[in-house]
Every structure is written in C-alpha cells, then in structure tokens.
Design a protein around this ligand. Structure first.
Ligand SMILES: [Zn+2]
Ligand SMILES: [Zn+2]
Length: 115
C-alpha cells in the first residue's frame, strides 16, 4: 500500500522524457512521473512500459501523469487511481514537446505498436 514515503513532493522530475527510452533510442506515447523519486517513464500504452517497470523494480507504487492538463495519480499496486498532492514543478513536459515522442524517433506506424 502507498504510505507517507510513497510521495516526496519536493523531488523534481528526472527530465522531460522517459529515462530508459532516451538512453536506448526508444520512443514513448505518454509520460508518467514517479511520485517518490521523480523518475519519468513511459506509460503502459508505450512499447517499453518503463513507468510500470520502474514501479515493479523499485517498489515505488505511485506515479502522476506527466502530460499537460493531467494531474491524476495511479497506484500500480492497487491498480487504481489515487488522490495525491501537487508535486514539485515542472508538473508536465513542455507543451510543444511531441506526443508521441521524442521527435524524430517515432516510427510511422506507431499506432500499431501501442499496447
Ligand atoms: Zn520508456
Ligand atoms: Zn521511483
């Protein structure tokens, strides 16, 4: 279950893209931010699903959407939405950042590659 350690609202996001995708020339659909350590990973619709992999490997159960206009939390352990406080800014990737992203690395048939 999420507890007080599951959210650290003072930690900034790790960056503006999925940590593992950026390191491995991958691409993502939407981004999720770990509420505990700030790790930014790709969503479960993305090919590599790095946000949920991060939750499994670290035991950090909560993410908040890192998409503009979205402030919901997701609890990977309970598999349901969660009510949490605002996290340290920035709260979403830049408005002009490509979705899916990153720009130039998304294949033309990306819609067929989503989960
Ligand atoms: Zn990723
Ligand atoms: Zn984390």
């Amino acid at each position: 279950m999420p507890d007080a350690r599951s959210i650290d609202s003072t930690v900034p996001p790790s960056g503006m893209g999925c940590v593992e995708c950026l390191a491995a020339d991958g691409w993502w659909f939407h981004l999720r931010r770990c509420a505990q350590c700030g790790h930014v990973g790709c969503c479960d619709s993305s090919p590599a699903q790095h946000a949920s992999a991060h939750a499994r490997s670290t035991g950090h159960p909560l993410v908040q959407s890192f998409e503009p206009g979205e402030d919901w939390y997701w609890d990977y352990e309970a598999d349901q939405y969660y009510e949490g406080p605002p996290l340290a800014p920035p709260r979403h990737h830049p408005l002009d950042q490509a979705v899916p992203g990153p720009k130039g690395r998304v294949p033309g048939d990306w819609q067929q590659r989503l989960h």
